[in-house]
Design a protein around this ligand. Structure first.
Ligand SMILES: C[S@@+](CC[C@H](N)C(=O)[O-])C[C@H]1O[C@@H](n2cnc3c(N)ncnc32)[C@H](O)[C@@H]1O
Length: 345
């Protein structure tokens, strides 16, 4: 029987078996996405259900749904308790929309036709260097989201899922206490910035993002103290960013862009930053050579979606130099990204 294993375990298996496991892992991903699209985990929130009942609520073919859940249960995602009844497991719980560690929106995004269509053109992307998403959708991803607000919401939900995993552990890994004014450049819905401001009551923050994102930004905290400490500003980081702050955060921004675009953003941060300020780039960093590193797959994701990419530490250092910043230190975190700290020179 074909089983999926960790890369470490897989390398001890016979080569053909290992490749087989890697090939079929796409089936599992697809099955998880479909369970999310059908909302199965939320239907099981109050307790186990027979698949026929689930099929009625989820508007699915009963026997096909049974086969989907049986397959997922073999990986510990759902559990079949008695003939035909399924219940949540800790893994399935992550597919509930409102679970604290939810990845529901990420699964919705990965199952969406616009997302799948880009990956379907990976071959052409590799052959031509042309961004698969643009080929599939006929326009760059930001323009696509502008025209498809429902898909934009799914994407933002996926980003929120990833950010909700941020905890105060971040502050044990990087000390933000020296900063008085923090600008989160391309900060999305402000999850990171508000998490930092909660932990550091002395700090003030500006959430900076495209006007359309700021316009749809929910009022995060209405209490008086927060209104004084937290501002959101709409703009274009290719033009300028709010000036005078002592910390500029770029989290998951530079990997969306090619080097020349990334350099423009960095130069705008350089122009805005206070002389004693720090730039904090939060991105995954590509590990050297053959080392196993999920960032290398994330890099492919950036290739097909936006034409950007993940970078090595040396590549970040050289980009920073080009914008008159000096890379001072790289801090590891428990959140899948590193904090690349740089100062203006
Ligand atoms: C991948 S998301 C990252 C969001 C957030 N920093 C995070 O890590 O969750 C990229 C963000 O950059 C914003 N953005 C894209 N182009 C921009 C531009 N030209 N000016 C300002 N913000 C922009 C997007 O709206 C989005 O919120």
């Amino acid at each position: 029987m074909v089983q999926l294993q960790t890369p470490q375990a897989a390398t001890s298996a016979a080569p053909a078996q290992t490749i087989m496991q890697m090939l079929v892992s796409g089936w599992l991903s697809k099955a998880i996405c479909v369970a999310a699209q059908l909302g199965i985990a939320d239907l099981l929130k109050k307790g186990g259900q027979h698949y026929e009942v689930l099929a009625t609520y989820a508007n699915a073919d009963p026997r096909s749904l049974y086969r989907l859940l049986r397959a997922l249960s073999s990986f510990g995602i759902f559990a079949e308790t008695e003939a035909g009844c399924f219940q949540l497991t800790p893994l399935a719980d992550c597919l509930r929309a409102d679970a604290p560690n939810s990845l529901y929106h990420l699964a919705l995004m990965m199952g969406s036709p616009w997302y799948q269509q880009a990956w379907d053109l990976l071959l052409q992307n590799i052959q031509t260097g042309e961004t698969a998403f643009e080929k599939a959708a006929g326009m760059p991803v930001l323009e696509y989201f502008d025209r498809h607000p429902t898909d934009l919401r799914i994407f933002q939900g996926a980003m929120a899922n990833l950010n909700s995993r941020l905890t105060s552990q971040l502050f044990a890994e990087y000390d933000f206490s020296e900063f008085r004014q923090i600008v989160d450049v391309g900060g999305g819905h402000g999850v990171l910035l508000t998490t930092i401001l909660r932990a550091y009551p002395e700090a003030k923050g500006i959430l900076f993002d495209l006007p359309i994102v700021i316009a749809h930004n929910p009022t995060i905290i209405a209490s008086k103290g927060w209104q004084e400490r937290y501002k959101s500003v709409g703009g274009d980081f290719f033009e300028a960013v709010p000036s005078g702050a002592d910390a500029y955060i770029l989290k998951n921004i530079l990997h969306d862009f090619n080097d020349s675009q990334a350099l423009t953003i960095l130069k705008n941060c350089r122009q805005a930053i206070a002389p004693n300020g720090k730039l904090l780039i939060m991105e995954a960093i590509v590990a050297p050579e053959n080392e196993f590193d999920p960032t290398k797959m994330l890099d492919l994701q950036m290739l097909v979606m936006v034409g950007g990419g993940e970078r090595t530490a040396a590549e970040y250092e050289s980009l920073l130099q080009g914008a008159d910043f000096e890379l001072t230190k790289i801090f590891p975190t428990s959140f899948g990204f590193k904090i690349i700290e740089a100062i203006p020179v």
